[in-house]
Design a protein around this ligand. Structure first.
Ligand code: FAD
Length: 441
């Protein structure tokens, strides 16, 4: 390294921890700011770093899924988040889900174990454009920092609303009615607990859902924008009585043959002890009393103890195509990097990937080396290309999860969709391995 440099990383979430860990592991002195032990946002519950505020699932692990490919890329790049996830995983069929407390503890311990990371448990309020800084403060970035960022990027901000799902106590579930099986037999049969409904039960549930307090609020707020993958259940329900039966409550692939239920609410273990279960796809912003009533209408959950209620929050992000370049720093301020959800990526893994990507770029800057152009066939490079160049008709970025549509087309024409994705995934990993070999000499 040519000169001793200190990097400020703001936010010990998924992106901030990846960036801080990568830089510190490469000998860089990092000052990591995290405000949550002093002041938590409404979605946060614990003091530990890298808190998963909603689902405990990091989604699919198959190479033919966008996020599955991203996982493999992250492993090659030395991701702390992937290391922690594999060490703390809980059974979840084809998905990678974790015990969120152990996951956070794992990452917190790793970060605290490095002498060259100084942790400052306080709010970081103002960005100094002359100081090398990575802003990784997530979708709920606090007000004063948002104001400081606004001073640098002008009005180029956007938002959408996001929601989290309730969690219930395992010992309050009626196992005479709820049964274990995973959809299409993927993974372990005991990974998912299913609460089946007949038509009458479903209709009663649906009618409560669309008339519940909180659902009306969404009806009025037509302008509220939700991220499709995290749509509140009451919002989905208003699209029609059968929408949920093709979405989170779909009864297919559950191995019950002709006696298949009319609808099924699925529950996935929240922790390794399986003492808590998350209602899959049940994100909601209904009032707590309405959530209690609604959940009591689900067979098997009539007396369920709700350990955490669902909530809705606004996600803020910068309009990256206008203000961020493909190496992750602001066009007009080359010391200020932005990573994670606030840069316009969407999802846990995507945020972690963005933090790692920016960490790699900042290390190059510190070493006075040129920035890295990751192979364009990788999900990582494709995500960064997307958030820094794609706008809708209104000139705004529309965040999306990692997906194969972001990748450049293969030169060969493969008709079978799954085969095609597999070929793209393999090509990405080969290119990334070669690239890492070249960069690391
Ligand atoms: C309610 C809700 C539910 C969600 N559900 C899901 C889901 O189920 N699946 C999914 O993939 N994604 C979900 N997301 C998106 C999720 O937030 C991101 O995927 C991910 O956590 C973002 O990672 P990040 O590192 O960018 O930010 P975060 O993980 O939010 O980390 C940012 C950190 O910065 C800290 N911070 C903020 N401001 C300051 C400051 N001024 N000074 C110091 N520290 C600060 C925060 O305390 C926080 O610890 C959800 C988001 C919300 C808000």
């Amino acid at each position: 390294m040519n000169k001793p440099v200190e990097v400020i990383v703001v936010g010990a979430g998924l992106a901030g921890c990846e960036a801080a860990w990568y830089l510190a592991a490469h000998g860089v002195k990092v000052k990591l700011y995290e405000v949550k032990s002093v002041k938590k946002n409404p979605a946060q519950k614990i003091d530990g770093f890298a808190e998963l505020v909603c689902s405990n699932s990091l989604r699919g692990r198959d190479l033919t899924q966008g996020v599955g490919l991203l996982k493999e890329e992250l492993k090659l790049l030395g991701s702390l988040v992937m290391e922690a996830a594999l060490a703390t995983e809980v059974p979840a069929g084809g998905a990678l889900a974790v015990d969120r407390d152990l996951f956070s503890q794992y990452i917190t311990n790793k970060i605290r174990s490095l002498d060259n990371i100084e942790i400052i448990e306080n709010e970081f309020r103002e960005i100094d454009p002359d100081q090398l800084t990575i802003v990784a403060t997530g979708p709920l970035t606090s007000g004063s920092l948002l104001a400081s960022l606004t001073a640098l990027v002008g009005t180029e901000f956007s938002y959408f609303s996001d929601a989290s799902a309730p969690i219930v106590a395992a010992d309050s579930i009626d196992y005479q009615k709820a049964y274990f099986t995973s959809r299409y037999g993927k993974g372990n049969m005991e990974d998912y607990l299913n609460c089946p409904m007949d038509k009458v039960e479903y209709e009663a549930f649906y009618s409560k859902l669309i008339s519940a307090e909180g659902a009306e609020k969404h009806l009025e707020e037509e302008k509220e924008k939700y991220f499709e993958g995290c749509m509140p259940i009451e919002e989905l329900a208003r699209r029609g009585i059968k929408t949920l039966l093709f979405g989170p409550l779909k009864p297919v692939g559950l191995g019950l043959g002709d006696s298949r239920p009319y609808g099924v609410v699925q529950l996935r273990a929240e922790n390794q002890e399986k003492s808590m279960y998350n209602l899959v796809g049940f994100q909601t912003g209904l009032t707590f009393s309405e959530q209690r009533e609604l959940i009591s209408l689900i067979p098997g959950l009539e007396s369920a103890e709700i350990l955490r209620y669902g909530v809705i929050h606004r996600n803020t992000f910068i309009n990256s195509p206008m203000v961020l370049n493909r190496y992750g720093f602001l066009n007009n301020y080359n010391n200020v990097f932005v990573a994670g959800q606030i840069s316009g990526v969407e999802g846990y893994l995507e945020s972690a990937a963005s933090g790692l990507y920016v960490g790699w770029q900042v290390l190059r800057k510190i070493k006075d080396l040129s920035f890295l152009d990751f192979p364009q066939e990788t999900m990582l490079a494709s995500m960064f290309r997307y958030i820094t160049s794609s706008v809708n008709k209104k000139g705004k970025l529309e965040p999306m999860n990692a997906n194969f549509g972001l990748l450049p087309l293969l030169s060969e024409n493969i008709r079978d969709k799954k085969e095609k994705k597999l070929a793209m995934g393999k090509a990405s990993l080969v290119a990334l391995k070669d690239f890492i070999g070249e960069v690391n000499g």
